[in-house]
Design a protein around this ligand. Structure first.
Ligand code: NOJ
Length: 564
């Protein structure tokens, strides 16, 4: 392995590429991406210039939630390969100087996990049931759910079971908690056996050479299950003080302190990043403390409109948060849970999340999107973000400028949201369509007939179609990641004045400058900007305006990088 193994801080400013394994590359022609498929594309990943890959779950699963319903935390789904294939992939990644992060899903298992099967077979009050949250129902006969808690994908968060153990075998009995799909029962994190088992899982993958972990719904593990359960008809966190019964409770931090001890058994210590959709930053940063996970995703830029003041204030806030906690900041625009950002940025200004969902439901027919603008803004936003201190999390296909596939045939949809909302919310399949590798090969070079159909227009964005094409999004990402690793500097920046509010300008300590024009018309560049230092542009290169008065202009919705 050559991925500088002793560098224990590699993750602080890494470019991490998220792979959704089922949709990346299919090596055996069954239509589902797999681990050998990832290994086969290692040279592509290496040429892209990323520092690490993060794999969404590849564990045995019935795929009730795309693999986030895990049957066995210490194995590989046979459709995606074997443990030997995993080892081969890690070896190939390390040989290419690419680190490997895997997803851990600790809030819930699948309903096919051995422990849950044992819990169903056991009686109420048994140790088997105590690994999950089994509760008696309300009402005369326990026929009412024990809480009004909704699940994230629609419907209630409690499901009643048919008892299997005597004397009540065959009759309706207790209820179990699942904050997500019915097939995803929540673990009881007050149970030391659950805690110990996840330590075993962390060691299992660490021993196999992984370099870090991404922790799914990290803020949900510890819950207040004291009876009667408190009412919570909506899932959003309403109070920023740790008193919510389900999310972001103070006691969750003991769990991650324990994890840090396990991760620190290794040299270098394993990295970790929390997925914690906590809106309140002074609480969110706790997950990222050096005594816990080191990083937590922040989804602020992802949720923000493409706007100069918003982007700057988010960057300032997140960087000061990170500095205060000792963490390094994270940035992300797209992942497997959200509409791809070139599509988001193509919506009319002022559009809301509801508008995005209505658009998906209308198969992308209304509103008509301004796709050219969407991709222009996405490229500018990417260069704005890649210049910032901290780690950039990129989602497979964004380097190709892929848009969301809004018009997947209803029969192909698989997201549990679609089913649990009675087809009122379409869900996340549109960002999970298998990648286009080559316009001229069957199934666009993905492998077998893809598990979600690729639209015809995917071909024009295929990797091979952009390879070596000046100005293509793929070449922009490659150039940006290459410059980024050369220009990487201390984790600070200085904001510089600019003559126009829509232009944001910052400089890293080594003189690396980033200038973004968030407006749609050309803007005057700050005085003193030396255009001969421009090494990269997200759009058309900046031009001298020839007046001699204001220096030069920057095109609308464009980012420039200047190297010292
Ligand atoms: C967050 C994951 O990113 C998402 O895909 C999944 O559905 C939920 N957690 C539940 O595991």
């Amino acid at each position: 392995m050559s991925a500088s193994p002793s560098d224990s801080l590699w993750w602080r400013q890494a470019a991490v590429y998220q792979i959704y394994p089922r949709s990346f590359a299919d090596s055996n022609g069954d239509g589902m991406g797999d681990l050998p498929g990832i290994t086969s594309r290692m040279s592509y990943l290496s040429a892209l210039g990323i520092d690490a890959i993060w794999l969404s779950p590849f564990y045995p699963s019935a795929l009730a939630d795309g693999g986030y319903d895990v049957d066995d935390y210490r194995n590989v789904d046979p459709r995606l390969g074997s443990l030997d294939d995993f080892d081969a992939m890690v070896e190939a990644a390390h040989a290419a100087d690419i680190r490997v992060i895997v997803d851990v899903v600790p809030n819930h298992s699948s309903n096919r996990h051995e422990w849950f099967k044992a819990a169903l077979a056991a009686a109420p009050g048994s140790p088997e049931r105590a690994r999950y949250h089994f509760l008696d129902g309300l009402g005369d006969d326990g026929e009412l759910p024990p809480s009004d808690w909704p699940s994230h994908f629609g419907g209630g968060a409690c499901t009643r079971v048919v008892e299997q153990a005597e004397p009540n075998a065959g009759s309706l009995g207790q209820w179990y908690l699942h904050l997500f799909a019915t097939e995803q029962p929540d673990f009881n994190w007050d149970n030391p056996e659950v805690r110990e088992d996840f330590h075993t899982t962390l060691r299992f993958w660490s021993d196999r050479g992984v370099d870090g972990f991404r922790i799914d719904v990290a803020h949900a593990l510890v819950k207040d299950m004291s009876l009667p359960l408190r009412s919570k008809p909506a899932l959003d966190i309403l109070v920023d003080d740790g008193s919510d019964p389900l999310f972001d409770r103070d006691a969750v931090h003991e769990v991650f302190e324990g994890w840090r001890s396990v991760l620190n058994e290794y040299n270098p210590p394993k990295a970790a990043v929390a997925e914690a959709w906590c809106p309140f930053t002074d609480r969110r940063l706790k997950y990222a403390r050096p005594t816990e996970l080191g990083q937590a995703f922040n989804f602020d830029l992802l949720q923000a409109p493409f706007d100069a003041a918003e982007f700057r204030s988010i960057a300032e806030k997140c960087l000061s948060e990170a500095a205060a906690s000792g963490a390094s900041s994270t940035w992300v625009f797209s992942n497997h849970d959200v509409v791809r950002h070139p599509s988001r940025y193509a919506f009319p200004d002022g559009s809301t999340r509801d508008d995005l969902e209505a658009w998906l439901l209308a198969d992308g027919a209304t509103p008509a999107l301004d796709l050219a603008r969407g991709v222009r803004r996405a490229r500018a936003a990417t260069l704005f973000m890649l210049g910032l201190p901290g780690s950039a999390y990129l989602y497979q296909g964004e380097e190709l400028g892929l848009f969301e596939v809004a018009d997947l045939p209803a029969a192909s949809l698989q997201d549990p949201t679609w089913f649990r909302t009675d087809h009122k919310i379409k869900g996340r399949d549109g960002c999970r369509v298998p990648l286009p590798w080559s316009a001229t090969e069957p199934n666009l070079g993905f492998g077998g007939t893809p598990w979600l159909p690729q639209p015809e227009w995917f071909g024009s964005l295929a990797a091979a179609a952009q390879d070596g094409v000046a100005g293509s999004t793929l070449e922009m990402y490659r150039a940006a990641l290459s410059w980024r690793s050369k220009l990487q500097a201390e984790e600070t920046l200085e904001w510089l004045d600019s003559p126009e509010a829509r232009v944001v300008h910052y400089r890293r300590p080594n003189g690396w400058e980033v200038i973004t024009n968030f407006g749609d018309a050309p803007a005057q560049l700050p005085s003193g900007v030396d255009l001969s230092k421009v090494v990269l542009s997200s759009g058309a290169p900046a031009v001298e305006n020839g007046t001699g008065a204001g220096g030069a202009t920057i095109e609308g919705e464009t980012t420039l990088w200047l190297a010292p």
